[in-house]
Structure formats: C-alpha cells, structure tokens
Design a protein around this ligand. Sequence first.
Ligand SMILES: [Zn+2]
Ligand SMILES: [Zn+2]
Length: 378
Amino acid sequence: MEIISEKDNQIKVEEKNGLNGLLALERPAAIPDPDYKIVLRWRNIIAFIIMHTFTIISFFYLPKLWTTYVYQLLLAGGIGFGTTVGSHRLFTHKSYKANTFLRYLLIYFQTMAGQEPIYRWVRDHRVHHKYTDTNADPHNSNRGFFFAHMGWLCCKKHPDVVKFGNKIDMSDLANDKVIQFQRKIYTLASILFSLVIPIIITMSFGEDWWRAMNFNILRYTIGLHFVWLVNSGAHYWGTRPYEKDISASDSLLVSWLALGEGFHNYHHIFPWDYRTSETKAYWFNLSTLFIDIFSKLGLAHDLKSASDDMIRARVLRSGDGSHKYSKMAKDDVEKVLDNNNLTTKKDHDWFWGWDDAEMTEDDKKDVVISNPSEEEQH
Ligand SMILES: [Zn+2]
Ligand SMILES: [Zn+2]
C-alpha cells in the first residue's frame, strides 16, 4: 500500500486540481510529518498501567464460585452487544432500526462497557470509516499495530482528526436527548455500571471483595482488548476478498473474539450492512444472531444487507482473489461487470454508513432491506 506524507499529499491535491480544474476531494495525508510532536495523555496511560497490573494479579486470585464465572460471562456478552449491536451497527452505521425498548437496552449495555459515551464513540468510528488510514483516522493503522490497538488512546488526537471529524454529520445523535443525557452522565454512570455494581453483585454470591474486584477488572481488560483488535488485528491479519487496496481485512479469529466484527474488509466496503459479513455461521457472528432474534420479535426493522450481485461485482472488480467468486471463468466475470455497469472503478467510496450524504440512489438501489418498517412499506 502507498503511504503518502503530508507534503506529498499537498502536491498530489494541487496536481489534481490543476489537471481537472476542479476542487479534488480533500483527503488527509496517510502519516504525520516527521517533525510532528506526539502529546501523551498521562491520565489514560496511568489508568491502563493500573488496569493491567490488577489484571495480572487477578490470575493469582481467581474466583472460587462458579456463579461468579457465569455472571461475568453474561455481563461480558451484554457489554459486547452494547458495543457491536449498539454503538457500532445501530448508532454509527444505521444498518437497521431499533424500537425504543431495544434502543434503551443497547444504551444501557453500552454504558456498562465503560469505553466512551455513544456520541464520542460514533464520531470516532464514522471518521475512521470516512478517512481510513489517514491522519484524520483516530486509530490510523499506518502508524503501527500498537498505535491502532491502544496507542491512539495514550496520546492526543492528530489535529486532522478534529478538522475532518467536524465535517462528519452527527446531527442524528446531536438531536437525540437520551444520547446527549448519556454523554453528560457517562463517567459516573460507567464507573457505577461497569465496576461498582458488578463487584457488589459478585460479592452478593459470597465471593470476597478482593477476588470480586480483580476478576471484574480482568473481564473488563479482556473485553477492551477484543474490541481494540478490530482496529489493529482486523487492519493487519487476514484476507481482502472485496477490496485489496485497503488495510481492513477479514480475520476469523477477530470475528470470533469480537462477536462478528472481524470481517473487516467486507465491513469497510459495505458499512451499512447489518451483518458486517457474508457468513451464515452465527457462531462467528453472534451480533447478527442478536439482531435477527430482535427482528423476529418485531423490535428491529429495515435490516440492510448487500445483495449477492453487489457482492459478486465488487469481488470481481477489486478483490484479492481469495473469494470463491474470484475463481469464476473470465467470460463470466466480464458479463457480471458489464451487467452491473462496474467495469470502471469509482474514484472513492468512503462511506460512514447508510445516511452518508455521498451515498447516491444508485449506490442504494440493489441493497436488500429485510423486515421493513411501516414507513418503508408504503
Ligand atoms: Zn476499520
Ligand atoms: Zn464500522
């Protein structure tokens, strides 16, 4: 992959403007200039050191009661779904619609996660999709595996993250009173829901406070690393069946650990697809199972997914050859590309999700919408 510095990027933009006589799509550089100074966020660094110290200690004081393990596993599941089904697939990408009960449930689960308020989580993730692997990407994988994993949380954001982040449409969540309320009370609420209450509940089973606290921190740390792997592992390991020129990759290991979020090459190409992958195996994508169950119950609607034709055309146009469709005979390939009018590659298709203003009617026309809500049907 080509890595472009800020200076080269400026030359590129100027050349393009000169050639076309049009304002080229402004895209930030892929890496900071060599003289860029990193400002460390000591509060987070110290918190991570304390958290990992207690995590190591916890292995010497594991819980004695099986009820603690069952409870913490259920808690980890709820927290995981709050992040994957809530912050990610619903609030960031708008890949389906949830009724009020499901929205509140996901907001509650997300508060237990102890990460960031939904509003900030979504802004970081939308800007990641829109400006992937550039200075505006909060966890730009061009800056190394550790930076993409957790290093980005240990330093101040590059100025481009703020500059380009301000261009992202956040009006949906800015006008949502519940999301704004969660944003206001997040620090206190997440300490209470992710730490204090789980420790008290674990102690109520008869576990002593030291083991209860340590095991709760262990569960929290492991959960964070699984989520972080989507930004690091799933931008380094695996195949690129749909678009070979991006770092995002499909990794079964990350998918399994992160409840289905590791099919990341697929996800960056079709971010509005509620399944985040083609796989039918729920075991590798429990978040899709969760949404499908709530859809059957009538609490989730307008589940968007890419049609088989869209997927096939994309694989043939830009995949790395690892997908089964890449093995089609040459004549068939040309037929599929012609039928879909996809013989030429578009300049860019960096969408953050369903309501991205750059997504045209043409981009949406072959999308499958399951379990349509009343307004979609009429
Ligand atoms: Zn990504
Ligand atoms: Zn995403």
